[in-house]
Design a binder for this molecule. Structure first.
Ligand SMILES: [Zn+2]
Length: 76
């Protein structure tokens, strides 16, 4: 370590490096396979939230747009 004089290293360089490390650090992978949603009404199993929501809206939800407050009715 004799070659490098401490005066040549900027005080902030270490902080900058950790900042860059944080920026380029990849986000942890989202475990999409583990996600399973059971429909609480008919017990169908869906592999993702979007499919479940489509199913739930289409099959189980009737939303009345006439009311000022949306009324949601679950039909079994
Ligand atoms: Zn269902």
């Amino acid at each position: 370590m004799g070659d490098i004089s401490g005066e040549d290293v900027l005080p902030g360089s270490e902080l900058d490096m950790s900042l860059i490390d944080r920026i380029i650090d990849p986000l942890p992978p989202v475990p999409q396979i583990a996600l399973q949603i059971n429909c609480p009404v008919c017990n169908n199993i869906f592999n993702n939230k979007y499919e479940f929501m489509k199913h739930f809206e289409k099959v189980h939800l009737r939303i009345s747009m006439n009311d000022s407050v949306q009324r949601v009715t679950i039909q079994q």
